[in-house]
Design a binder for this molecule. Structure first.
Ligand SMILES: Cc1cc2nc3c(=O)[nH]c(=O)nc-3n(C[C@H](O)[C@H](O)[C@H](O)COP(=O)(O)OP(=O)(O)OC[C@H]3O[C@@H](n4cnc5c(N)ncnc54)[C@H](O)[C@@H]3O)c2cc1C
Length: 418
């Protein structure tokens, strides 16, 4: 009887589905291989459906290795092999076309994340990949005899090879609770310190009155008095603190820091230099006989104006033309450098990504195979690689998943040709 090579992919998310497709597509004898995706949730790809606010920002044309953190040297091989262009070609070959938007962000033409998942699901179906849902892998071990060597999942299901693609610890609601780490620790792997990334921040004594307001700001992260990160973009004020893309981008540095002295400094008027702002404020004082609460409505949100007036000790029902030079100066300073004390980042449950993960030095970057247990591969967010907001994390999921799938296909092809 013909020998069939059995492969399990643990985790039917972005990298797992992609690895399964790449593996079977590159297998010379498609009848000589059976790939089974084992997925904990009731359906594969549940997280993919919520990515990019339901639109799936599937990659970024600017996704160079400089947009990643963790073991970037390890990540470089897969990222260079499967560039954003190559991953778009991959999806084109599945019938999915894309549009590139602001800052290089790439979305499906349909604007629906479900199209990305469907493209992968239908290709799995066409290639004969088995999708087994409601299957949580909790145990992984290697069993060898004189003649065979198997990787056994849950002490029951035996496979020739296993790809662990069970994600990180962020967004438990979508199936990821750190199982990748526990499974690979059973084979001797280690995990670097992990923390929530791409997540909002809890701030101290934060005024709830700003909840729901969005404002384009310059943003600086200061830890122990040292400037650690600067960017800009639309900041969202919430009832617990700050959110929005520029805040999420720097959140990994907050959650990774042991310090209690962390501040966000907002430039509420990034379009004005300090001199221009000062002369604007002075000209308002000259012309404006109205109430202070309306003084800045020409340049910032009124509720933010009221909040910072209070921080400067200015009575909002006072008159603009009654402001002293000192009050004008402190208003200018706070508009350009509003210091907000950060308590911490929100938890993994609210995070989009995990910073840290499985120690990449224990895997081969050319193949994604474990250096500790032959025949076991790992890809995606489970590894110690995290990217910027804007399609970088899915780009890593596709590139690492394809690397694992392709290299395992080549290995199986070589073994079958012997
Ligand atoms: C709300 C949200 C929005 C996001 N938006 C974007 C975006 O627009 N662009 C972008 O680039 N990134 C985005 N991300 C990040 C991106 O989704 C992830 O980095 C990416 O999905 C990781 O791929 P993965 O295959 O490693 O893991 P996942 O896609 O998380 O897949 C892991 C799979 O493994 C399954 N699993 C877990 N444990 C087990 C187990 N023990 N047994 C069996 N199965 C298991 C899970 O149920 C899951 O289906 C977003 C994340 C979130 C939470």
């Amino acid at each position: 009887m013909k020998k069939v090579t059995n492969v399990a992919v643990i985790g039917g998310g972005a990298s797992g589905l992609c690895a399964a497709v790449e593996l079977v597509s590159n297998a010379t004898d498609k009848n000589g291989i059976q790939v089974t995706v084992l997925e904990k949730m009731t359906r594969v790809g549940k997280k993919l459906l919520v990515t990019g606010n339901g639109r799936c920002n599937l990659t970024n044309m600017n996704a160079a290795v400089s947009g990643y953190r963790g073991d970037t040297e390890f990540a470089e091989t897969a990222l260079k092999r499967y560039t954003p262009e190559k991953n778009i070609e991959f999806f084109n070959s599945l019938g999915l076309y894309t549009r590139t938007e602001e800052d290089g962000r790439v979305y499906p033409l349909s604007n629906q994340a479900s199209s990305v998942l469907d493209a992968l699901r239908f290709e799995c179906e066409r290639l004969g990949v088995k999708l087994v849902c409601d299957y949580r892998a909790v145990h992984l071990k290697e069993v060898s005899t004189a003649f065979t060597r198997k990787i056994v999942v849950n002490n029951r299901d035996r496979f020739d090879y296993v790809i662990v693609a069970a994600g990180g610890k962020a967004a438990k609601i979508h199936g990821t609770d750190g199982d990748s780490y526990d499974l690979l620790k059973m084979l001797g792997h280690t995990v670097t310190s992990i923390a929530p990334a791409l997540v909002s921040l809890n701030c101290e004594n934060f005024t709830k009155s700003l909840k729901g307001i969005r404002s384009v700001c310059g943003v600086e992260l200061v830890i122990d008095g040292k400037s650690e990160y600067k960017n800009s973009g639309e900041v969202q004020f919430t009832d617990y603190g700050l959110s929005g893309i520029p805040i999420m981008q720097l959140s990994r540095f907050v959650s990774m820091s042991p310090s209690n002295d962390i501040q966000i400094i907002l430039d509420l008027t990034p379009d004005f230099s300090e001199e221009k702002l000062l002369s604007y404020l002075i000209s308002r004082r000259e012309k404006d006989t109205g109430l202070c609460e309306n003084m800045l409505s020409g340049i910032i949100n009124k509720q933010i104006c009221i909040t910072i007036m209070k921080e400067c000790g200015i009575a909002v029902n006072g008159r603009v033309n009654g402001l002293s030079d000192e009050q004008i100066k402190s208003l200018c300073t706070i508009l350009k450098r509003w210091k907000i004390n950060v308590k911490n980042s929100r938890s993994f449950d609210f995070a989009q990504v995990t910073a840290g993960g499985l120690n990449c030095s224990e895997f081969n970057p050319e193949t994604m195979e474990s250096r500790l247990c032959s025949g076991v591969y790992c890809c995606g967010e489970a590894l110690d690689v995290d990217g910027d907001c804007g399609g970088y994390n899915l780009q890593w999921a596709w590139s690492s998943g394809r690397t694992a799938g392709k290299s395992l296909a080549e290995r199986i092809n070589n073994a079958q040709n012997k």
